[in-house]
Write a protein that binds this ligand. Structure first.
Ligand code: SF4
Ligand code: SF4
Length: 393
């Protein structure tokens, strides 16, 4: 009996041109907003996460595409009106993106081309076995996206698509098929004007190296630039929900925790440890989460969305960026009620809510030893921009 691999493919081979045309149209048919194609040649010289052969021996090309999120649900999330609606939309859109990628991979395999769909998120290399904090993706959808013309890098390093900004799920299909690459989008058309809405929406200070300290990545002879991040631990600390109160005290993410955010990266580790232990004992946020095997292996908990603000405030329309940032900043501070539900209240009410808790519960939400930490190290002094309090250098 013939094995599947020794049999000819069921579909009649297509020319390179026809196959390229088909893979550009395929994701859009199923809901993607924009598609780009890269090849081993157009990715040459890029960072390790642009190496297509890491995920598929003999890989020649990749198709990367964006599936947009629901903007109404994003706005309700930013305004701290509804977390669960956005969480469900994010998860569902991610699964749709993975599903389109799986369908496209199957389609290409039936033309005789080895192909693999690379999940949009929550899949990692195991290149430091045993280190659960080391998370490198198999390939970078972001790098492939900017090189293939799916979007531009904004100041934030998020990929800004022309119609939906970074409010999309990116996913890629890696194939042994020879495809015709697409060009990067013209830098002159990049809508990012360094407005700093992303910076002003980030409680962690991740982007606080500002406009003058940027990194440039060269992929296939083309340069791509975005701001130089501070410690990734900053984003992990806030984005994972371990804390959420902005250093101003005036607004928060969807996290009900108020652990301080240090000015210096070297002060991050001890406070993150305390905040992580508190997070792992707090009631889980209602409304579901994302299935992350690494996080689950550490905590038996799912990843609940509480931030992502830098992505959600960014929009091609600058007026919409202002509206979204105002929604975030004026939406109050999240507290967790006795029944586990979340509620946005004024900054003063939030402070009183936590202060009224019994000590054994209070330590799940804020620092247990305020007398033992120096507020100057955590003050995050900022100046005002049109989008709120931001410090840039
Ligand atoms: S929010 Fe403003 S500065 Fe940040 S990436 Fe978007 S357009 Fe650029
Ligand atoms: S996800 Fe949140 S914490 Fe992370 S960089 Fe964006 S705004 Fe900052």
């Amino acid at each position: 009996m013939k094995t599947a691999t020794s049999m000819p493919p069921p579909a009649k081979p297509l020319s390179k041109e026809d196959l390229t045309s088909k893979v550009e149209e395929f994701p859009v048919n199923y809901g993607a907003s924009i598609v780009g194609i890269t090849t081993v040649e157009t990715l040459a010289g890029g960072p390790p996460s642009t190496d297509l052969t890491y995920v598929l021996e003999g890989a020649r090309s990749a198709v990367t595409f964006a599936v947009p999120l629901d903007e109404d649900k994003t706005r309700d999330y930013l305004g701290k009106i509804d977390r669960a609606g956005h969480q469900k939309d994010y998860t569902r859109t991610s699964v749709i993106a993975d599903g389109i990628a799986a369908q496209l991979a199957s389609f290409l395999r039936q033309f005789g081309h080895d192909t693999i769909a690379v999940m949009q998120n929550l899949v990692f290399r195991n290149d430091k076995p045993g280190d659960l904090d080391h998370r490198t993706p198999p390939i970078s959808h972001k790098y492939l996206a900017v090189r293939g013309g799916v979007g531009w890098f904004g100041f934030s390093g998020n990929v800004l698509t022309p119609d939906h900004g970074p409010n999309v799920i990116l996913v890629s299909v890696v194939t042994a098929a020879e495809l015709i690459p697409t060009d990067p989008l013209s830098p002159e058309d990049n809508y990012c004007d360094d407005c700093q809405a992303c910076n002003a929406s980030c409680p962690s200070g991740f982007f606080r190296n500002g406009k003058t300290d940027k990194v440039t990545v060269t992929i296939g002879g083309v340069d791509f630039t975005y701001t130089n991040y501070r410690s990734y631990g900053r984003c992990s600390y806030v984005c994972s929900g371990h804390t959420g109160l902005h250093p101003s005290g005036g607004w928060s993410t969807w996290s009900p925790a108020r652990f301080p955010i240090p000015n210096d990266d070297e002060n991050l580790a001890p406070i993150r440890k305390e905040a992580f232990e508190a997070w792992s004992q707090r009631p889980e946020l209602p409304g579901g989460g994302m299935q992350s095997p690494i996080t689950y292996s550490k905590t038996q908990r799912d990843v609940t969305l509480t931030c992502g603000n830098c992505m959600h405030v960014c929009h091609p329309d600058p007026e919409e960026r202002k509206r979204r940032t105002a929604l975030l900043h004026n939406g109050g501070v999240i507290v967790q009620l006795d029944d586990g539900n979340l509620k946005a209240v004024s900054p003063e009410e939030a402070k009183e809510h936590v202060a009224a808790m019994k000590p054994e519960r209070r330590v799940l939400y804020e620092i247990s030893h305020p007398q033992g930490f120096d507020p100057k190290e955590y003050s995050c002094l900022r100046h005002h921009s049109q989008y709120g309090k931001v410090k840039t250098q």
